[in-house]
Ligand binder design. Structure first.
Ligand SMILES: NC(=[NH2+])NCCC[C@H](N)C(=O)O
Ligand SMILES: [Mn+2]
Ligand SMILES: [Mn+2]
Length: 300
């Protein structure tokens, strides 16, 4: 890769229960993202943060708390529509879009933008499947729904949230260890490929990652990489709102992203860094390191 790269911040926390993840983009920037990318021979420019409404600021009636069982879904939709435009313009300008979250609901925007003029695959590094819909969600939080949304599952079927350029058979979830009963059933009915933590235990991170990358590459024009920091073990990444024990290690995460960088990666996002829950910005620093590995950084 290398070349022009655009950093797009999305200070979104309306999709998550734990406020504070809106500060993720700042924390990742302070952790030295720009310098790291420059050292890798990218030419990064930072477009700043997309505006996101907060219930505490201005007119509370301007923010719709919930539609049915999905909290703040109207606001999430608005932000994701603007993010999709930003990502697709970045690609059209010949630059690489690197999106900083924010909670994982923003992936609906990144994927829609990346898939606007191309067929893409998606590799989803996460503890969670994020495959709920407004009807099945146990929490009402839209960050538990983005994969279902961009694949047009359930109530998302009639929405414009599912771009034609993403086929479920090109979507691979990696490192999954927290799946709701409703998600388990829906995944079994779908063509999404799931690699759980058990697969990583048995086969090792390199083989599993290669398989996931094959799934996402097969017949597509490129891969969107979505990295939820709760993919890692909470000992390594404490600054996340929905930690789950038994995640990948520091070295497994780097190994996976180093493999990823050898493929045709078209767009990337790092999400769910919550500085309020973090310890001295450690999770944001990890996000920078892993983004660098995913963008081609090597030990030697
Ligand atoms: N992106 C995330 N951290 N998602 C967590 C989702 C947790 C749970 N499955 C839910 O739907 O509420
Ligand atoms: Mn997630
Ligand atoms: Mn997660």
């Amino acid at each position: 890769m290398t070349g022009p790269l655009r950093i797009i911040g999305v200070p979104m926390d309306l999709g998550a229960d734990r406020r504070g993840v809106d500060m993720g983009p700042s924390a990742i920037r302070y952790a030295g993202l720009g310098d790291e990318l420059t050292a890798l021979d990218y030419d990064p420019s930072d477009v700043g943060d997309l505006p996101v409404t907060h219930p505490e600021v201005g007119d509370p009636d301007a923010v719709e708390p919930a539609t049915g069982h999905a909290k703040y879904v109207a606001e999430v939709r608005d932000v994701c529509t603007r993010l999709a435009d930003e990502v697709s313009e970045t690609l059209a300008d010949g630059a690489f879009p690197l999106v900083l979250g924010g909670d994982h609901s923003i992936a609906i925007g990144s994927v829609n933008g990346s898939a606007r003029d191309a067929d893409i695959g998606v590799v989803w590094f996460d503890a969670h499947a994020d495959f709920n819909t407004p009807a099945t969600t146990p929490s009402g939080n839209v960050h538990g729904m983005p994969v279902a949304a961009f694949l047009g599952e359930g109530e998302f079927a009639d929405s414009d949230w599912a771009p034609a350029g993403v086929d479920p058979s090109n979507v691979a979830l990696v490192g999954i260890r927290s799946v709701d009963a409703s998600e388990r059933a829906a995944l079994a009915d779908s063509d999404v490929t799931v690699f759980t933590m058990s697969d990583i235990d048995e086969r090792g991170i390199t083989d599993v990652t290669e398989d996931a990358l094959d799934v996402a590459s097969d017949g597509t024009d490129g891969i969107h990489v979505s990295l939820d920091l709760d993919w890692l073990d909470p000992n390594e990444a404490p600054g996340v709102g929905t930690p789950v024990r038994g995640g990948v290690t520091y070295r497994e995460a780097h190994a996976a992203l180093e493999r990823t960088a050898q493929r045709d990666v078209r767009s990337m996002e790092v999400v769910e860094v919550n500085p309020i829950l973090d310890r001295s910005n450690r999770t944001a620093e990890l996000a920078v390191e892993l983004a660098a590995s995913g963008l081609g950084k090597r030990i030697i």
